[in-house]
Ligand binder design. Structure first.
Ligand SMILES: Cc1cc2nc3c(=O)[nH]c(=O)nc-3n(C[C@H](O)[C@H](O)[C@H](O)COP(=O)(O)O)c2cc1C
Length: 137
């Protein structure tokens, strides 16, 4: 399974690594890829699209790299399951609700509730469990 993420200060990156640990603990392979090193074909052979990005701007995805990446996925992910995660600071999670809706508009199936964490992920088990659930999708 492939996990593509963007993270400014490492919080979402930490989530990505813990989710990966959970997937591996559940018996599947997992690769964590920084969006800088990902092409939009990365999920072509995958059943599940696993994406992480923190809340940036005013309740939006990071606009330099991650936003254009998600836009490029629009024509390539129809019919796939999607699992979204990310860290936020002071908001109420609006960026994630909008993002999930957007992925559904691309034809993705929202197979698991997105995982959001305020600031640094303190509850490591929560992230690992999310990974285990993804592995079972
Ligand atoms: C430029 C900038 C914009 C942000 N905008 C929001 C926001 O709209 N809503 C929110 O809840 N947090 C916002 N935050 C807080 C980050 O989402 C939070 O610090 C998060 O833990 C960062 O995760 P990361 O290290 O994975 O990037 C913003 C932070 C920065 C630096």
């Amino acid at each position: 399974m492939k996990i593509v993420y963007w993270s400014g200060t490492g919080n979402t990156e930490k989530m990505a690594n813990l989710i990966s640990e959970g997937i591996v603990a559940a018996g599947k392979e997992a690769t964590v890829v920084n969006v800088s090193n990902a092409t939009s074909d990365i999920f072509n052979d995958e059943d599940v699209v696993i994406l992480g990005c923190s809340a940036m701007g005013d309740e939006v995805l990071e606009e330099g790299e991650f936003e254009p990446f998600v836009e490029e996925l629009s024509s390539k992910v129809s019919g796939k399951k999607v699992a979204l995660f990310g860290s936020y600071g002071w908001g109420d999670g609006q960026w994630m609700r909008d993002w999930e809706e957007r992925m559904i508009s691309y034809g993705c199936q929202s197979a698991i509730d997105p995982l959001t964490v305020q600031n640094e992920p303190e509850d490591e088990e929560e992230c690992k469990d999310f990974g285990k659930k993804i592995a079972a999708l």
